[in-house]
Design a binder for this molecule. Structure first.
Ligand SMILES: C[S@@+](CC[C@H](N)C(=O)[O-])C[C@H]1O[C@@H](n2cnc3c(N)ncnc32)[C@H](O)[C@@H]1O
Length: 314
C-alpha cells in the first residue's frame, strides 16, 4: 500500500446512528480534520463548518423524556434550549414555573424564548454555560442535557437532589455516544446505565481540536518512522458507532480519522491528542490481514484492538 496517505477525504466508515438528526457524526467525534471545531460564538453572518444547534429527532426526544421519568411539579433543568421545543414539552408536562432551560448561544436563547412565550409557556430561560448548571434554581429533581458531554460536570451533580435523575448523551473522545441515565446518591455520587445509542452535538466547551495528520508525520512522507506490522482485526470491526463507543470507553486521548482511497479501500488513521503517536491501518476489501504502521510511544492500534466488550483481539 502507500502513496495516497496523509490528507484525503474522510470515508463513510463509521456509520453512526443518527438519533439527533445529524449526519456525519461518526469517526472523529466533535472535532474536525486540521482545523478549529467551527463553533459559532461570533455574531453575525460568519459561518463555521460544524452545526451548532438542531432540533433532535422526536423519537430521541421522547425516549430521553421517558428516561427522565419526569412528573408534574418536578423542578427540572434543561441544558441546551436550542429551538425551545423540548422546553415546551417539559413545561407542558410539569408546569412552566418549575422548568429552567439554559442556552449558551444568546441568539438561540432569544429565539427560543420568543417561541416559548408565543406558545404560552414561561419557563426560566437563561443564557449561560450549562456545564455549570444554574445554581439559582437548584436543587433540581431532574436534569436533561441535550448536547453531548465527555465529562459529567460536578456542578450539575451537586445541583441535583439525592434521588434525582440526570439524563445526558455521553460521548467519548474517540467517538461513539450513548444516553446515560444517572441517579444522584446521598453521598454526592451519581451512577447509572447507558439506555440508548445517540449522536448529539457536543457541548461547546467540550469540543475538540484535531491536528492534521501531516503534523504527526513531521513533514515526512508516510510511513515516516512508522513501525510496520500486520493485523487480522479488520478496521471494519471497530468502524460502527457502538464499537467506536466501546473503544472510546477503553482508551484515552486518541481519535480516528478514515481516509478514503479508491476501490473501497481506506486508511484508518489513529492519532493521540498530544500529537506524540499515530497509527495507520489499511483496509482492503476481502483481505484477511491488514498492514499497520505505528509511530510514537503509544501503540494506538494495539490499544484500540485490545480485548474488551467487543470480544475481539488484534
Ligand atoms: C441539539 S441542540 C438542543 C436541542 C433543544 N433541546 C431543542 O429542543 O431544540 C444543542 C444545544 O445546546 C447548546 N449548547 C451547547 N453548549 C452549551 C452549553 N455549554 N450550555 C448551554 N447550551 C449549550 C447549543 O447552542 C444548542 O442550541
Amino acid at each position: 500500500m502507500g502513496g495516497q496517505h496523509g490528507g484525503g477525504s474522510g470515508s463513510g466508515q463509521g456509520g453512526s446512528q443518527q438519533d439527533d438528526g445529524q449526519s456525519g457524526a461518526g469517526h472523529g467525534g466533535g472535532g474536525s480534520e486540521g482545523q478549529d471545531s467551527g463553533h459559532s460564538d461570533t455574531k453575525g453572518p460568519a459561518r463555521g463548518n460544524i452545526p451548532t444547534c438542531s432540533n433532535s429527532q422526536p423519537a430521541m426526544v421522547f425516549s430521553m423524556l421517558a428516561a427522565l421519568d419526569v412528573q408534574p411539579g418536578a423542578k427540572v433543568l434543561e441544558v441546551g434550549t436550542g429551538t425551545g421545543w423540548n422546553a415546551a414539552l417539559l413545561s407542558e408536562r410539569v408546569g412552566s414555573e418549575t422548568v429552567t432551560t439554559i442556552e449558551f448561544d444568546p441568539e438561540n436563547a432569544a429565539t427560543a424564548r420568543a417561541r416559548l412565550h408565543a406558545a404560552g409557556y414561561n419557563p426560566v430561560a437563561v443564557v449561560g454555560d450549562g456545564s455549570q448548571g444554574w445554581p439559582a434554581g437548584a436543587p433540581y429533581d431532574r436534569v436533561l442535557i441535550t448536547a453531548s458531554l465527555q465529562e459529567i460536570p460536578a456542578d450539575i451533580v451537586r445541583q441535583t437532589r439525592p434521588g434525582g435523575i440526570i439524563v445526558s448523551p455521553y460521548a467519548t473522545e474517540y467517538g461513539g455516544e450513548a444516553v446515560v441515565r444517572l441517579t444522584v446518591e446521598g453521598d454526592g455520587s451519581a451512577s447509572g446505565p447507558f439506555v440508548s445509542s445517540s449522536a448529539f452535538m457536543r457541548l461547546r466547551q467540550q469540543r475538540a481540536y484535531r491536528t492534521h495528520v501531516k503534523t504527526y508525520l513531521g513533514g515526512k512522507p508516510w510511513p515516516a518512522d512508522g513501525r510496520r506490522t500486520t493485523t487480522s482485526l479488520s478496521p471494519e470491526d471497530v468502524a460502527d458507532w457502538l464499537p467506536m463507543f466501546a473503544v472510546g470507553l477503553q482508551t484515552q486521548g486518541m481519535f480516528p480519522y478514515p481516509e478514503k482511497l479508491d476501490g473501497g479501500r481506506y486508511t484508518l488513521w489513529l492519532r493521540d491528542t498530544r500529537v506524540t503517536s499515530w497509527a495507520s491501518i489499511d483496509f482492503v476489501p476481502g483481505a484477511e490481514e491488514f498492514e499497520v504502521y505505528q509511530s510514537g510511544p503509544r501503540e494506538l492500534w494495539g490499544e484500540a484492538g485490545r480485548p474488551g466488550p467487543r470480544g475481539r483481539v488484534p
